[in-house]
Design a binder for this molecule. Sequence first.
Ligand code: GDP
Ligand code: MG
Length: 440
Amino acid sequence: DLGSSLRGTLDDLRGKSRISEEDIEDIVKEIQRSLLQADVDVGLVQDLSDGIKSRALDEEPPAGTTPRDWVLRIVYEELVDLVGESTEIPLENQTIMLAGLYGSGKTTTAAKMAWWFSKKGLRPAVIQTDTDRPGAYDQSKQMADNAEVEFYGDEDSNDPVEIAREGLAATEDADVRIVDTAGRDGLNEELIDQIERIGAEVQPDRNLLVIDAAMGQSAKDQAQEFEDAIGIDGVAITKLDGTAKGGGALAAVDQTDSTIAFLGTGETVKDIERFEPSGFISRLLGMGDLKQLTERVERAMEETGEEEGDWEPEDMMEGSFTLKDMRKQMEAMNNMGPLDQVMDMIPGLGGGLMDQLPDDAMDVTQERMRDFEVIMDSMTEEELENPRVVGQSRTERIARGSGKPEERIRELLQQHKQMDQMLNQFQGMGEGDMERMMQQ
Ligand code: GDP
Ligand code: MG
């Protein structure tokens, strides 16, 4: 696969004291192949290539940086520039409207986002204004039920603007109102006119454009139409669980001068991720993980003060480590790679330290992670904040609630305890200790 050949090319640079123009050409060629295969617009790929080449040839590596690390850093920075930072989604009272073509995943994304906000402690509501598609009401209501969020729709009305108006009034008590709209097979004036009128009624705080990952180059023109009609503030890319990598959507992002907010990775309401550049880049390039890149760009990330997603490795280093932290950490791992690699990115905690930990301290397989998620859903706030209170009777209750064996729950508690101890150890360490450990 392409990712591994790029990796090979990058590996070839190891130990070189000088990186030639030819080396850079090779890297750029590999990246171009991956990105074009992922449906990224040719013009964007060309801009990225030019950026990498001119910087790699013109800029001097800072003292103490090997040429290879320097090139990796440039490549990573330029890729982040290409995909953009994550759309800012404040956790506050707001109205969000979703737009997009028929079948792009708007209704699904509305429910997913509502679920996401509810997990952040807000009270979301979905307002369904699609009066064109038979079954839209039922589909949307069913998904809102699955997400356990408030829902407003009107099966009998055929006036989307009126539904929107009444929906806003009916969901007054909600913190976040997500307004789902109708789509069409292809862009037409009727759709644009309708969404303009809904937008005028709703006055959303932000409009998100929902794009199917499989959409290729036509994403650009579609995006422009919606941009002209309502203004696009962010993009949600859906169906990333399929073979499509979503590169086409980057043209829409570029065209609307917006950023990516969410990624859809499946059909259930929980299959949503906040967009985060490094995970998306590794998906685009088909590299299983970004270890080689991220290890080397720790300084770059610090310097650019990268917008934090929902979780930063440093958060773990402060205060007590709760099950909620562990959950966030597990969610972040989906994007960032395994814990040991995440730890590599924490300034001052180099790989050497991690190598000294027992392997199983880091062993959270996908299957266990999924079980742990389900188990945590059956735990109370108190238990999540302070897992020590979970004794035998609570374990039995959680097992019944989650449908998972008691053994799994004990594993979760054990895993948490190990990570907690490990973090305490790090926190207690002064710089001198750290250096001594590294030298051993
Ligand atoms: P809408 O017409 O824009 O409202 O699109 P829908 O939300 O109805 O989605 C259209 C189809 O795509 C449905 O069958 C959804 O289940 C499916 N779908 C939406 N998002 C995803 C996703 O992230 N992954 C997968 N596999 N299917 C999705
Ligand atoms: Mg729909």
